[in-house]
Design a binder for this molecule. Structure first.
Ligand SMILES: NC(=O)c1ccc[n+]([C@@H]2O[C@H](COP(=O)([O-])OP(=O)(O)OC[C@H]3O[C@@H](n4cnc5c(N)ncnc54)[C@H](O)[C@@H]3O)[C@@H](O)[C@H]2O)c1
Length: 335
């Protein structure tokens, strides 16, 4: 049994802790968070130890692997401390908000031979897994264009947004990873536009709520990401990949396939699954399963610290393009 500690007792850590506790090949030893009431409640619910200091949790010998679900500005310090103590890490996105710090951390992890997986959960969504399998099986031939729609149901609270690192590093970061994952080549050119169409007062925190990003790889493959902090009809998550032999599409999820016909409308469907915790519940489960499976089998982790770094690099390039109005060279290369 893999002995796992979950750092954090907030929104995402609660999901990871429950998935560890339910996994047949893992034991949830502890959850750690300075928020005593939160960690006490979570540990009581899942039947594990409550620890109030993440570094104390990392110092323990009875932990093989840690899941980092704490605020973004704590990720790298906790990751490096865990790697130094020989523990494997599943770290939430984004790796950090500062590219130089992320690059130094990636170098450090690799020098130490650390096992770090970045939590880009959307790769493990069943729809995305099928889509990727379809590409690999040659169903659409060579990939030409990827179109990603990613819209949240509504603006997060201002306090969250002010510390989020901005829409590109906090939210579109998922889509940059999806783009890399599906294009199969690194995007080398980045251009982007951004607006404040939902809340003009976001200018006070130098952020935007609506962005469109174009990516191009060295061989000419293209990706269009459209990302918005608000969609009044719900959490809108769609991906389209076109290739030489066809198109693969993933669509939104609803609680059921029920359709309502009446005097006022036809084909009325139930609302979309509300937000990420519901929409990606299976993706988080699969992600954790892939982490545990790779560690127990001694095989390569499906994502690594460089995936976190490269997604952040693309976010920074998009921001530069927004500020300068120019197409920006990403500095990434190769397949
Ligand atoms: N992959 C995804 O879909 C996804 C979804 C949500 C959040 N996230 C990421 O997960 C991370 C946490 O987000 P969240 O929404 O769960 O936040 P949250 O605020 O709900 O939870 C964060 C927890 O960390 C604790 N904490 C605060 N300071 C700490 C410190 N210095 N050391 C240790 N713990 C500390 C808080 O007490 C809190 O319980 C962020 O990096 C976020 O970007 C990823």
């Amino acid at each position: 049994m893999l002995r796992v500690a979950v750092l954090g007792a907030g929104r995402i850590a609660t999901i990871h802790a429950a998935n560890v506790a339910a996994h047949p090949d893992a034991t949830l030893v502890l959850v750690a968070d300075p928020w005593r009431a939160g960690v006490d409640a979570l540990s009581a619910q899942l039947g594990c130890e409550a620890v109030y200091d993440c570094n104390a949790a990392l110092a323990r010998d009875d932990i093989d692997a840690v899941v980092i679900g704490t605020p973004t500005d704590t990720h790298i310090d906790l990751m490096l401390a865990a790697v130094t103590r020989g523990k494997a890490v599943l770290c939430e996105k984004p790796i950090d908000l500062d590219i130089a710090k992320a690059r130094a951390a990636a170098d450090h992890v690799e020098r130490q031979g650390g096992r770090v997986m970045l939590g880009f959960n959307r790769r493990f969504d069943p729809d995305m897994l099928r889509l990727r399998q379809g590409i690999d099986a040659g169903q659409i031939g060579a990939v030409r264009q990827v179109i990603i729609t990613s819209r949240d149901p509504g603006l997060a609270p201002r306090e969250y947004l002010a510390h989020s690192g901005g829409i590109l590093r906090d939210m579109t970061i998922h889509d940059f990873d999806t783009a890399r994952h599906l294009l199969g080549e690194e995007p080398t050119q980045v251009s982007a536009i951004a607006s404040r169409l939902v809340d003009p007062s976001l200018e006070e925190i130098d952020d935007f709520d609506s962005v469109m990003v174009l990516l191009r790889t060295a061989s000419g493959k293209q990706c269009h990401i459209n990302c918005c902090r608000q969609a009044v009809y719900g959490y809108d998550q769609r991906v389209e990949v076109s290739g030489a032999l066809g198109v693969l599409l993933t669509d939104n999820h609803r609680p059921s396939t029920l359709r309502h016909w009446s005097a006022e409308h036809t084909e009325a469907l139930e609302p979309l699954q509300h937000f990420f915790l519901e929409r990606y519940a299976e993706a988080y489960r699969n992600e954790l399963g892939a982490f545990i499976q790779a560690l127990t089998a001694g095989t390569a982790l499906p994502t690594g610290v460089r995936d976190g770094l490269y997604a952040l690099q693309l976010a920074d390039c998009a921001l530069e393009s927004i500020r300068t109005g120019r197409v920006v060279a990403s500095g990434l290369s190769g397949a």
